[in-house]
Write a protein that binds this ligand. Structure first.
Ligand SMILES: NC(=O)C1=CN([C@@H]2O[C@H](COP(=O)(O)OP(=O)(O)OC[C@H]3O[C@@H](n4cnc5c(N)ncnc54)[C@H](OP(=O)(O)O)[C@@H]3O)[C@@H](O)[C@H]2O)C=CC1
Ligand SMILES: O=C(O)CCCC(=O)O
Length: 487
């Protein structure tokens, strides 16, 4: 991998302000999903190392929380500046380990950095309250304080941004932080640590522990009495395991879990806008995001023209190695992930769905079983597995609906509640339907809903807690009520 700043590519973990190999010398290999080639061997840390990282974070916590908000803000700002100064290299690392097209990787670096910039500013905007007392001899007030040591577990699909958007509010609030990135994509997390160190963020404040044994590290993070909070992004299945583990020490948690986003197109919608929205919300990161459109519902009288226009738009998708010019769909993360998408599509076709479009792929090099061709199927119904599971691949699955009531019931008929999208030009419906959707995020005539200024998060089994926005810092603070008597 060619980098202008080769120092960004690290293989050791970082905690207590130092870089650590595994005590027993163990490593695990990180590969390039586009080629199958090994990139580097990364130190494979164990439970003892994780406990050491937590200890380092705990030691640093009081001093970090005691800094003024302006001081913490300045550290975060320096970190942001360094990330943006190294945007191209960070994107190269990201694409190489994760597969997404280079332009998307550059976008993710800026997206993650935006959270750091935002919370550098929000650090200064934490407010308490003075409450009217029940009698004149008392004064009641509320202050907000850092929760303490925060642990994070983050997935491979946004290896930079998912970490940045947890670390930024935590550090801004005065918490110290121990991150466990996904074993497929530790390099982006380690590069963030290189820049945190260069920004002068004090030892022990930002720590990264890489391991091939997520359950073992997860167990230490969720059971340590020194950790006050766990922030997790990943599957609902693993989220439930971690929640149960956190219950034993009553840790606070934020859970950003799976989704099953409906994308609804009413017959009064601007179809060009709807096609643009479905392209961005469905095919971003080859369909591997928790807010990706999963179920597309189109009103009967515009169904055929919608399919026709979507096929034309999908013809512009070009699958290949994310490092290559003109590629806008990279590989899926693993062979297993691609096999799961194949299974979902086959199940739908066997149960009566119609194949409307299957992209041709021109992939000549390497192990290409991770590449999945952009696919469009119609005639999908609620009994097919594809409408129940997160597809996590570049497959658009379309159903027909007749009435608003029918499509609302279908859209809400899932245990998930993260993102949803609908397209209409009826202003009454905008409010009525938007309020009735059981989702944490609703895109109305818009397919790109994520940014640092807005609260990102779900309801139902998609989790709880909000990332970004003025609400995001609250997830890393405790409320303390103080009652002053004897006035
Ligand atoms: N909501 C979202 O953003 C995401 C949803 N998903 C969904 O989940 C499916 C599976 O993806 P997958 O990557 O396996 O997601 P996981 O939920 O398994 O992984 C997410 C993170 O959790 C870690 N992890 C896994 N098991 C444990 C455990 N027992 N204790 C502690 N940490 C653990 C992983 O580590 P490691 O990778 O090292 O095993 C990774 O860092 C996807 O197909 C998709 O449907 C996946 C990723 C993100
Ligand atoms: O897939 C996820 O884990 C959420 C990241 C997507 C986004 O921030 O829009």
């Amino acid at each position: 991998m060619q980098l202008r700043n080769p120092k960004l590519l690290r293989s050791e973990s970082y905690f207590g302000g130092e870089w650590h190999s595994a005590a027993d010398g163990r490593t695990f290999s990180v590969g390039n999903p586009a080629t199958g080639e090994a990139i580097i061997d990364v130190a494979d840390l164990n439970s003892i190392n994780a406990a050491e990282a937590i200890k380092a974070a705990h030691l640093a916590q009081a001093d970090w929380a005691a800094l003024t908000v302006k001081e913490r803000s300045a550290y975060l700002r320096r970190w942001f500046d360094l990330i943006m100064a190294n945007q191209d290299d960070l994107a190269t690392i990201l694409t190489t380990e994760q597969g997404k097209p280079l332009a998307e990787a550059k976008g993710e670096i800026a997206y993650g950095a935006n959270y750091i910039e935002w919370f550098a500013e929000e650090a200064k905007r934490v407010y308490g309250d003075i409450i009217a007392p029940p009698n004149n001899t008392q004064r009641l007030f509320v202050i907000k304080q850092a929760i303490g040591v925060v642990a994070s577990i983050t997935p491979w699909n946004f290896p930079n941004a998912m970490l940045a958007r947890k670390a930024a509010p935590a550090l801004a609030a005065g918490c110290t932080f121990v991150a466990k990135p996904a074993q497929e994509t530790p390099l982006s997390a380690l590069a963030l640590a290189v820049l945190a160190e260069e920004a002068g963020i004090p030892a022990g404040v930002f720590n990264v522990v890489c391991s091939s044994d997520a359950p073992a590290i997860g167990h230490v993070l969720t059971s340590s009495p020194l950790v006050s909070k766990l922030s997790f992004t990943g599957s609902t299945q693993v989220g439930k395991v971690l929640l149960a583990q956190c219950a034993t020490s009553v840790k606070k948690t934020s859970m950003e879990l799976g989704g099953n986003a409906p994308f609804i197109v009413f017959n009064d919608a601007n179809l060009e806008l709807a096609i643009k929205g479905v392209m961005s919300s469905k095919f971003r990161n080859a369909g591997q995001t928790c807010v990706c459109t999963n179920r597309i519902y189109v009103q009967r009288d515009i169904h055929d023209v919608f399919i026709e226009k979507l096929v034309s738009a999908m013809e512009t998708l070009n699958t290949g190695n994310g490092r290559d010019d003109g590629v806008n769909i990279g590989p899926l993360i693993t062979n297993k992930a691609a096999a799961k998408v194949t299974e979902l599509v086959n199940d739908a076709l066997e149960h009566g769905a119609k194949l409307e479009y299957l992209a041709k792929m021109d992939i000549t090099a390497g192990d290409n079983t991770r590449f999945y061709p952009p696919t469009l199927i119609s005639g999908v119904n609620k009994h097919m597995q594809i409408s129940k599971d997160e597809i996590f691949g570049p497959v658009a699955a379309v159903s027909i609906f007749d009435t608003e009531e029918e499509v609302l019931a279908a859209a809400n008929n899932t245990e998930f509640g993260l993102a949803s999208y609908f397209y209409t030009n009826d202003i009454s419906r905008v409010w009525r339907f938007g309020e009735a959707l059981e989702y944490g995020i609703v895109g109305i005539n818009e397919g790109l809903i994520s940014n640092e200024m807005a609260p990102f998060g779900g309801i139902k089994e998609s989790g709880f807690g909000r990332e970004g926005s003025k609400y995001g810092i609250e997830d890393y603070m405790e409320i303390k009520y103080m009652c002053l008597g004897g006035i």
